[in-house]
Design a protein around this ligand. Structure first.
Ligand code: KG4
Ligand code: ZN
Length: 338
């Protein structure tokens, strides 16, 4: 429940991490089933916590895409039903625009801004113009940065999602231990690529026998699905910590150098970094250490990973323009922002 596009009256998130963790990634069928199971109680709780009734609302915003089509369908069908019954306008929101508004709605972001959206599915650079129209400046040609974190973690026997655990362990390793090379892009040099880095990590693991430590970590996860940092450190030798720190350091350098160059190209007045990977403490520290002539904004931790408050916030400029969806609205798994 969001008021006037900025005031978050309630934000309820039903996490599915424990459902997918044992598979090391999101299982689409389970994801849509979980959405079906939780959508009614989540909406009820969001109303309750904000002391709001459906009849009080000005509109209902819903994610149209991009994302897993089964999960999107659950949200869209439910939103249409609520809108129909309560005679409320329906607003279709792009998931990526939501990530941008998770920051824009809560901070004095001056436009035009450069937005780096970096999640499990996206590593994209956008120009955010004054009327909240967007221009795509660069994107990943293979894996998203979050996906790279998840794959590296899985390869080494860590938990899903991989970002938080690598983030937690990286300060315990030497970021210069493994000299990973940065990607060189032909064509649009604002594009990203993480497949080379992922392969380099794979080669690094193949060059040594890690079977004992990987087995120890899997065994730890069996006993405790959410190990503490000390428990992870007890089963992760210094050499592996050094590789993880180097991997994270390389991802951060890839992200920041292109974001800064793109911001210069468009004369940005601010830099917005959003999406699940924006939680990364190393990325936040590195961004703060890069002295820029414009401010850098991150979402609060609660608004970094997927949530509905950012979707409601992103709907307000559309609400003001009376840009409503009708009941022919369909889920679009690959919906582009620009
Ligand atoms: O935005 P999000 O919640 O969902 C998508 O739309 O993808 O992002 C999830 C991604 C996962 O790949 C996860 O590993 C990554 O964000 N992530 C992190 C951190 N926390 C979550 N990556 C790096 N460091 C973190 N602290
Ligand atoms: Zn997301």
């Amino acid at each position: 429940m969001v008021e006037e596009g900025t005031r978050i009256l309630s934000s309820v998130v039903a996490s599915q991490i424990s459902t997918h963790a044992r598979y090391g990634g999101v299982v689409p069928e389970l994801a849509s089933r979980e959405h079906l199971r939780t959508i009614v109680p989540v909406v009820r709780l969001a109303l309750e916590q904000s002391a709001t009734r459906l009849g009080d609302l000005g509109a209902i915003a819903v994610t149209q895409g991009p994302g897993l089509v089964g999960s999107l369908l659950v949200g869209i069908t439910y939103a249409k039903a609520l809108a129909l019954v309560h005679r409320l306008p329906l607003i279709a929101v792009n998931h990526i625009e939501g990530h941008i508004h998770a920051v824009v709605s809560q901070n004095p972001v001056e436009l035009p801004a450069l937005a780096l959206v970096v999640s499990g599915g996206h590593t994209h650079l956008y120009e955010v113009r004054r009327n909240f129209s967007y221009r795509l400046l660069g994107k990943t040609r293979d894996d998203a940065a979050g996906e790279a974190f998840d794959k590296v973690a899985k390869l080494l026997g860590f938990s899903y999602p991989g970002g938080p655990v690598i983030d937690m362990l990286a300060p315990h390793g030497d970021p210069r231990a493994v000299p990973f090379t940065l990607a060189k892009m032909k064509g649009n040099t604002l594009d990203f690529s993480f497949s080379g880095l992922k392969t380099a990590v794979l080669r690094w693991t193949e060059a040594r026998d890690l079977s004992a430590e990987v087995a120890a970590r899997r065994e730890l996860l069996q006993r405790n699905p959410q190990p503490s940092i000390d428990e992870w450190l007890a089963v992760t030798p210094g050499e592996t910590l050094g590789m993880l720190a180097s991997f994270q350091h390389t991802v951060i350098r890839e992200l920041l150098r292109r974001a800064v160059r793109a911001a210069e190209e468009i004369d940005a007045r601010s830099l917005v970094i959003s999406g699940g990977v924006a939680c990364n403490a190393g990325l936040r520290i590195a961004a703060a250490a890069t002295r820029l002539s414009y401010p850098v904004f991150f979402p609060t931790p609660g608004l970094s990973t997927d949530n509905a408050a950012m979707i409601a916030a992103a709907a307000f400029p559309k609400f003001a323009r009376a840009e409503f969806a009708d009941f022919s609205l369909r889920a679009q798994a690959n919906l582009a922002l620009a």
